[in-house]
Ligand binder design. Structure first.
Ligand code: LMR
Length: 329
């Protein structure tokens, strides 16, 4: 009798703790390197809001901006190790995982963000979301930031000759390294979180980024000139651990995908607006001069950066470059 009672008590205890476990929400960490008041920062917060609304009690999304949890150097490994579930690195930072994605870094390939968007939504662009699955990363969406501008601590910044011999911080991308070498400058790969200090102390003379990143990181306070080059793009791929994603309960995966789709639409719609707003704020701050460029100046930058295309054509593939070029029409 005592034995039966003990068995029953054990079974009840197990059932109770099982039920408690079943009620624990899945904690989903989203880590990124920029400020909340940027397109990516806003997208991550929207994702949290929608995911928790669609999956009440089932998921809890924690957003960590500003490299608080992981910076550039660690975030991909952290996803693969399961220490964080979502990250959204710039497309320039994936070249260790797939060479194809380097297409986004080719200078002067896209006319504007609308063209970038058309390419991302094309079959060739969508296929890239799955191109790192064999390395454990599943792409879920593209998020926009915007076109890049070039800044330095010098007064003159209109022609390629103006950057000869200068040191530039670049993202971890071989294409961007080749781009600055083609200009006769010295590129230095560096994590985003270290850029402000490197500019302030003169470790580097310049950098390239979007208006929203320049403003939110205060780069305009430690640079003299920002030239409106629009020579490339900073966009993102939201990625997760492929195994973790495939192993989620189907309803949770579906809800998270829907939240991702809504956050994508929201942040992509906002991106231009945020960059325009921050360009104005930089202008109003009156610290760095915004240098407009003539058509002739832009043509000179384009020509100086041209050799980069040939260098990476083999790795990226001619077909993919042509598919990207088509999105300009
Ligand atoms: C950079 O490193 O300059 C950017 O990629 C940062 C970001 O995520 O926008």
């Amino acid at each position: 009798m005592n034995f039966i009672r003990a068995m029953l008590a054990g079974a009840i205890a197990l059932a109770v703790s099982g039920a408690a476990l079943a009620q624990q929400p899945i904690v989903v960490k989203f880590s990124h390197v920029v400020a909340d008041a940027t397109p990516k920062g806003q997208g991550a917060l929207k994702f949290k809001e929608v995911a928790e609304k669609l999956l009440p009690g089932k998921v809890q999304v924690q957003v960590f901006p500003n490299s608080q949890l992981f910076g550039d150097a660690k975030e991909m490994e952290a996803v693969l190790l399961g220490d964080v579930q979502f990250i959204a690195p710039s497309l320039s930072k994936f070249d260790r995982y797939t060479k194809k994605i380097q297409v986004f870094d080719l200078p002067f390939l896209f006319d504007d963000i609308a063209a970038v968007d058309r390419f991302q939504q094309s079959p060739a662009g969508k296929a890239l979301l799955d191109s790192m699955k064999n390395r454990g990363l599943q792409g879920l969406a593209y998020w926009h930031n915007g076109m890049k501008e070039l800044s330095t601590n010098k007064d003159k910044l209109t022609r390629p000759d103006d950057v000869k011999g200068l040191k530039f911080r670049i993202q971890a991308s071989d294409v961007l390294e080749a781009q600055f070498r083609a200009l006769g400058a010295n590129p230095q790969k560096m994590a985003f979180a270290e850029v402000y200090q490197a500019l302030q102390t003169g470790v580097v003379d310049g950098q390239e980024n979007t208006w929203s990143n320049i403003y939110s990181q205060k780069f305009h306070e430690v640079q003299k000139t920002i030239a409106v080059t629009n020579h490339g793009v900073i966009d993102y791929m939201v990625v997760t651990n492929a195994k973790w994603w495939d192993g989620l309960p189907a309803d949770v995966r579906k809800g998270l995908q829907q939240a991702m789709d809504e956050a994508t639409a929201y942040s992509n719609k906002l991106a231009n607006e945020i960059n325009e707003r921050d360009r104005k704020r930089i202008e109003e701050a009156g610290k760095a001069k915004i240098q407009p460029l003539s058509k002739d100046d832009v043509a000179a930058w384009r020509k100086a950066m041209e050799p980069v295309w040939k260098k990476f054509e083999g790795d990226i593939g001619k077909d993919l470059i042509e598919a990207a070029l088509k999105s300009n029409q």
